[in-house]
Design a protein around this ligand. Sequence first.
Ligand code: PLP
Length: 431
Amino acid sequence: MTARSRTRSEAEFERALKVIPGGVNSPARAFGAVGGHPVVIDRGEGQYLYDIDGNRYIDFVGSWGPHILGHLHPQVMSGIEEALKKGTSFGAPTVLESELAELVAELVPSVEKVRMVNSGTEAAMSAIRLARGYTGRDKIIKFAGCYHGHVDSLLVQAGSGALTLGAPSSPGVPQGCTADTLVLEYNDIEQLKETFSQAGDQIAGVILEPVVGNMGVVLPEPGFLETVRELCTQHQSVFIMDEVMTGFRVALGGAQQRFGVTPDICMLGKVIGGGMPVGAYGGKAEIMDAISPVGSVYQAGTLSGNPIAMASGIATLQCLRETNPYPELEAQTQRLTKGLSAAASKAGLPHTLAECGSMFTLFFNPEKVTSFAVSSQNDTERFARYFQGMLDRGIYLPCSQFEANFASTCMTDEDIDQTIQAAEEVLQSIG
Ligand code: PLP
């Protein structure tokens, strides 16, 4: 292993600490869970990141999901460049907005109409407002360990039982904001049925990640998504699938296509913007027409549908549609995850590996992770040592056990071999 100097990164991060809270513009980027300081990035190219000290890393973060095609993809960059020549923002309709909306409606099974916003958080905030406005009800069911951005009413701690009132998990969120949020255990079908049988006529909607990425990767158990669908239909509640992470990632049509379960509304983000700030929520035309200016549920945005962001999203989705990289990307990811699992077994480390398409998590926990209760039993100290060892060997992983790793279409056999070899060395050393 060649020693990597990160002297410039260290100095730049010290500078950032003086003027940016924690030195970062999003806490997920801080190395709080793994120790040390973040690497300061200079540029990306394909599957690689380069830091300002000139070190190269194989990137399994992909800007936390958007870069399924890798960095600086030629088709995406030329889409952005063309749009840039015309100006950056007009606050008036453009053809690009309709083009991206048509692509989304064509590719995502549940979407007839779609509204663009600027982030996944905005999509979540708007989707639950729409569900409430459309049904005239207040209560929203969410699941412990699912993250839907930093929306006040969805920032609710894990562990609450059925029908218990959610407790805010961040200072600054008033109790009143979470009083209508019911927090249930992911994959617990009985608890969900019980909740609907007690309060079905008050439930505006159920929001969930169809494959959870935010407690590490957790898959829906057979029948779970189908039960949510049935109960929402039966009780006229809105089923909101948060496909911010899974959309265009686990299949071209997202998890709803992969699992064959269609929500009423879905939220999109990350890949839809190809690295530019885009979020979206879309679904049945009848529900979507409840938002302003057609309906009375208010939602707006100065920069929503921004032309540069639209151009980036269009090029990304077109490229995914034309090349259908999913089978190969999934096979490549499986080769990697098999290698990681074998390396952990060889080192005698208790672990499980969860994966869906090109997202995966190596958990330092022998039990299959089905819920937040299981996920929270992970050996996070061991994860921190794994993370640092991999970083030192040029492998850039998410800096928390409770995040998904993402593979990209430009990863080569050599990248995969190098990652497995690094994991073998690191896992042996932390056993
Ligand atoms: N929903 C899911 C499933 C996410 O993973 C995220 C972010 O990671 C969000 C919503 C929030 O998106 P954003 O960070 O763009 O606000």
